[in-house]
Design a protein around this ligand. Structure first.
Ligand code: SF4
Ligand code: SF4
Ligand code: FES
Length: 264
């Protein structure tokens, strides 16, 4: 293990940017941004680890190998290993994406890993996306606002048109990984900006026929510079979303609807 000074990685660089496929058995160098905000002695720095490229190795496997064999103090998050839980998002060679879905052969032979910006840093590659997502969710009230005031457990479930259910499902595929927020210039500048993830959620609830809210109600929560009007439309979010959600279309749609409310 060697310690080195932090080097600048161009934002927006793709995994594999400047890289060539790594052959099995070849040396793989993984350089990790280390910092523990809870330790007053800790200073941000890049730490290098060397591994051997193995067939089908993902960054999930590589980081676990480092923690098991080289450095048990390394902090990072994984739950599902299958691109479902969203907890393994990190900046890989300058681009926010999921480590469990990234093959080391595509990003090496030298890989630089950093934690997602914007979110509270827990340590090394681990960030608190949950705290950010909860605050966004409370601000936008991302739950179905039922039309009838009283809960009636004897009522049978309302039918939904399958095509509409499919459209809602498409937007519900968001795994709250935070990649879109980490790639967003506005989120860096405005602490309370709801990001593409929040705008996408408004688009989702607006589609839902069970939700009683009107566009005027949505305007109340998203019709300002911390909402859809703070978005600069540079679409870093759309480029990095690992679930390939149609963020560009949804942002444009919500902006149009909210602008119409603003002129009422
Ligand atoms: S919109 Fe995409 S990038 Fe953003 S949190 Fe959801 S899945 Fe992740
Ligand atoms: S298009 Fe809007 S939400 Fe997406 S990255 Fe740019 S400013 Fe952020
Ligand atoms: S570990 Fe769940 S998305 Fe990567």
């Amino acid at each position: 293990m060697t310690e080195q000074k932090i080097q600048f990685v161009p934002p927006g660089a793709k995994p594999g940017h400047g890289a060539r496929p790594v052959r099995d058995g070849e040396k793989l160098t993984i350089r990790v941004m280390r910092y523990n905000p809870a330790d007053p002695q800790s200073v941000p720095h890049l730490q290098s680890y060397e591994l051997e490229q193995a067939p089908g190795m993902t960054l999930f496997i590589a980081l676990n190998e480092i923690r098991d064999k080289l450095d048990p103090s390394l902090q990072f998050d994984f739950v599902c290993r299958a691109g479902i839980c969203g907890s393994c998002a990190m900046v890989i060679n300058g681009r926010p994406t999921l480590a469990c879905r990234t093959l080391t052969r595509d990003v090496g032979p030298e890989v630089i890993l950093a934690p997602l910006p914007v979110f509270e840093l827990i340590g090394d590659l681990s960030v608190n996306t949950g705290k950010w997502m909860r605050a966004m969710s409370e601000r936008l009230e991302t739950w179905v606002h039922m039309k009838q005031a009283e809960l009636d457990l004897t009522r049978i479930e309302e039918k939904m048109d399958p095509d509409l259910a499919e459209k809602i499902y498409e937007l519900d595929r968001c795994i709250e990984c935070g990649c879109c927020v980490a790639a967003c210039g506005t989120a860096r500048m405005r602490e309370d900006f709801v990001g593409a993830v929040g705008i996408n959620k408004i688009a989702r609830f607006r589609l839902d026929p069970r939700d009683a809210r009107s566009d005027a109600d949505y305007y109340e929560v998203i019709g300002d510079d911390d909402g859809v009007f703070g978005c600069m439309s540079l679409l870093g979010c759309h480029d990095v979303c690992p679930k390939e959600l149609p963020l560009q279309t949804q942002i444009a749609f919500v902006r149009r609807k909210m602008a119409a409310q603003g002129f009422r």
